[in-house]
Design a protein around this ligand. Structure first.
Ligand code: NAD
Ligand code: MG
Length: 398
């Protein structure tokens, strides 16, 4: 019999969080919940508490936490309610917990990820920004803790499934990793018209339903830039060993090209419950709820070069991945912070879609820093870069 795994879900009210609860609820005999966490969505968290009965529910925001505590008491639920960022760290490394689903969006998830990693938990990483910011500090925490880091991002799950079991053989055997990208909603759009894109249009992804931040990142293809950086840290590949190809159907989730030019890929319907189920059950396989791929209905799989001049004009941000990976250590954290600020400004209609890249570019050019070597150093660099990005936005308006 498989022992019951005790899970904390960081960001349980989001797209990945709710899909994780969906997969877990298909296997009540395998999983038990320690904690659910969210930023401020009290009603959804209350509904999740009533349905899934975690031991603890954490709201990052205090007012939301106090309100949830009242509502939980009124409903007579036996769930302990806590609030504040320190509580996120605590539920990520609580002694009972076996695995942590890291599904917070943005650098806000870095501290609880490091806490879980240091405590040797199995860390299921959807929160790519945490690894992009954390870089070597994050990976050292995983090594020190001795736990397992399993990617949930569909591309990285695909790569992990296509690599040999023994990580010490990866460098010897692998020539390169090829990340696939759908190209998002603007793959064929005239680059000159990107100025007019609205937040609603940017959030309408052709193949995936996701949170708003990652949807905008998919539309600018900054998501792919973050994923190239993510792949560098997860799999220890150099920037030259990381390639991107556009594959609009999102059937091949990514590929590994070996030294003999054999290519191993992972395929499936675009449903995040597949990589989530894989992370939750690894090395076993469990039912995910996703539909099977129907090869008869698949009319074509097509590919487009990322360095096509049209794509480079549409998606200038993609090249920042290689630039920051080759730049001063810490550059990836600066890029991530700038992008979080820029996407937020775009979603709040303070800058245009095409200006997201301008903010990222100018923040990278203007932020001065020394290599961060600790969590505190990373958080300080994140804060400084955000301040610089806000200045860039003000200059755009000036
Ligand atoms: P989402 O916006 O739907 O959910 C984010 C969750 O994080 C929510 O529960 C929210 O309450 C919580 N949160 C937000 N800000 C917070 C803060 N400051 N402190 C604490 N909690 C906070 O996002 P999502 O689409 O589920 O994405 C989550 C992560 O997974 C992102 O890093 C994203 O890049 C990654 N990811 C998502 C998908 C997808 O299909 N949605 C696919 C691959 C990777
Ligand atoms: Mg992805």
């Amino acid at each position: 019999m498989t022992p019951i795994q005790c899970i904390t879900i960081l960001g349980s009210t989001g797209s990945i969080g709710t899909s994780t609860l969906d997969v877990m609820s298909r296997h009540p005999e395998r999983f038990r919940l320690h904690a659910l966490t969210a930023s401020s969505q009290v009603e959804l968290m209350l509904a999740q508490c009533a349905r899934f009965m975690p031991e603890v529910a954490v709201m990052a925001q205090e007012t939301a936490g106090r309100l949830l505590a009242e509502r939980v008491r009124a409903e007579g639920l036996s769930v302990q309610v806590r609030w504040g960022v320190a509580a996120l760290d605590e539920v990520a490394c609580a002694p009972d917990v076996d695995a942590v689903m890291a599904a917070i969006v943005g650098a806000a998830g870095l501290s609880p990820c490091i806490a879980a990693a240091r405590a040797g938990k199995r860390l299921l990483l959807a929160n790519k920004e945490a690894l992009v910011v954390g870089g070597d500090v994050f990976m050292s925490a995983v090594r020190e803790g001795g736990g397992t880091l399993l990617p949930i991002d569909s591309e990285h799950s695909a790569i992990f499934q296509s690599l040999p079991d023994d990580p010490t053989s990866w460098q010897r055997r692998v020539q390169k990793i090829i990340l696939t990208a759908s190209g998002g909603p603007f793959r064929t759009r005239d680059p000159m018209t990107l100025k007019q894109v609205t937040p609603e249009q940017a959030c309408l992804h052709p193949n995936w339903v996701m949170g708003r931040k990652i949807s905008v990142d998919s539309a600018t293809m900054m998501n792919k830039a973050l994923e190239v950086i993510e792949a560098h840290y997860l799999f220890g590949m150099s920037p030259d060993q990381l390639d991107v190809v556009i594959h609009p159907q999102s059937v091949i989730h990514s590929m590994v090209q070996y030294r003999d030019h054999s290519v191993v890929a992972q395929l499936g319907t675009p449903d995040m419950r597949v990589p989530i189920a894989y992370g939750l059950s690894w090395p076993e396989r469990i039912e995910s709820g996703a539909a099977a791929l129907d090869f008869q209905a698949l009319s074509a799989m097509t590919f487009e070069a990322m360095d096509d001049p049209g794509h480079l004009r549409r998606f200038p941000g993609i090249q920042l991945a290689w630039e920051t990976l080759r730049g001063t250590p810490g550059s990836c954290a600066v890029l991530n912070a700038a992008n979080e600020v820029a996407v937020d400004a775009f979603l709040n209609r303070r800058i245009r879609f095409d200006q997201i890249h301008d903010v990222n570019r100018s923040t990278l050019d203007r932020t001065c820093f020394a290599e961060p070597v600790s969590l505190d150093g990373l958080l300080a660099l994140d804060a400084n870069s955000r301040a610089e990005a806000r200045q860039s936005i003000l200059r755009l308006h000036g």
